[in-house]
Design a protein around this ligand. Structure first.
Ligand code: ING
Ligand code: ZN
Length: 304
């Protein structure tokens, strides 16, 4: 029996509430929502994806994820807000959305039970080692192990034992290998810093079509500023130049290996006053900004 759901967007939710919401949507709106576990985390939790689609031909597919880094709660909260908006406004759905609000469920739960500032997953890849966790955004299979990564398991930027060594990143890779959907955008939400970043992250270089990525990102920044009365400023740039170099990120892999044109990492609020511990009162305004970016990038994807 599925009585309802517990999502409110005025507080941060545990994984149970988020997964309950996904199940609720799939049961309540079976014409447009379907859920699937794309894999299982190191500790055995399902990695739940929601597809929102009207089954129309000739619409682009768009990937949206959050919570790859456990402590970045606003990312997961904003992605669930985006889900709610797309379902409630499904008459205007302009793409097929594949949405993964918690890439790293073990890490996410650990930020409630153990360490609020945990970043990595919870795997222990070394035999007999003491340190736990791989940085999942260093574990993707393009230029794995390059700049801004570490081979030391105790570091926050530990890249793992090899590309896709972790069940959470392997699940995403396997999903894309199995799907025939026509992906035109790949959006991964993080916090914090207020940036719209495009590849490459592995070095201070840009892809051949970077002018298109820059133009759509600038448009997105304008929409995000207008999304609330707070005129929030988002800075646009190449990841390695605007922020820092980091190889093995999901956006680089989506761009280089999956050939998805509009690949972005979006760093949500704030700029450091609260950092990862963003008060719950900022969920709705920040999520409105995240939604504005999704709708802007959807428009660009439809024009391809
Ligand atoms: N930031 C991203 C990180 O993984 C990033 C920034 C993404 C840099 C992609 C380069 C490429 O470090 C956070 N907040 O995690
Ligand atoms: Zn992050």
């Amino acid at each position: 029996l599925m009585a309802g759901h517990r999502m409110e967007w005025t507080r941060y939710h545990r994984l149970d509430d988020i997964y309950g919401y996904i199940d609720y949507l799939a049961q309540t709106y079976p014409d447009i929502c379907s859920s699937m576990a794309i894999g299982t985390s190191f500790e055995g939790r399902p990695i739940k994806l929601l597809r929102i689609s009207k089954g129309e031909k000739n619409v682009p597919a768009i990937w949206i994820d959050g919570g790859i880094h456990a402590r970045e709660w606003i990312s997961t909260a904003s992605v669930t807000y985006i889900i709610n908006y797309l379902v409630e406004n499904s008459d205007d759905l302009k793409a097929d959305y594949y949405i993964l609000p918690v890439v790293n469920p073990d890490g996410y739960e650990y930020t409630f039970r153990g360490d609020r500032l945990w970043r990595k997953n919870r795997s222990s890849p070394e035999k007999g080692g003491v340190c736990i966790g791989v940085d999942l955004n260093r574990n993707f299979g393009y230029r794995w192990g390059g700049l801004g990564t570490s081979r030391q398991p105790c570091r926050e930027i530990y890249a793992g034992t090899g590309p896709f060594s972790e069940p959470e990143t392997a699940a995403i890779k396997n999903f894309f290998e199995a799907t025939s959907a026509n992906f035109k955008a790949f959006l991964t939400f993080h916090s914090y810093g207020q940036y719209i970043l495009y590849p490459w992250g592995y070095a201070q270089r840009v892809p051949p079509d970077y002018a298109d990525l820059d133009r759509v990102a600038q448009k997105s920044a304008v929409a995000m500023k207008k999304a609330t009365t707070q005129n929030t400023v988002y800075t646009v740039g190449n990841s390695a130049t605007a922020l820092y170099a980091a190889a093995g990120g999901s956006d680089d892999w989506a761009k280089a290996m999956l050939k998805i044109k509009y690949a972005y990492t979006i760093e949500l609020r704030d700029k450091g006053r609260n950092g990862f511990i963003l008060p719950a009162g900022y969920i709705i305004p920040t999520a409105k900004e995240a939604l504005a970016s999704v709708l802007t990038i959807t428009d660009a994807a439809r024009k391809l």
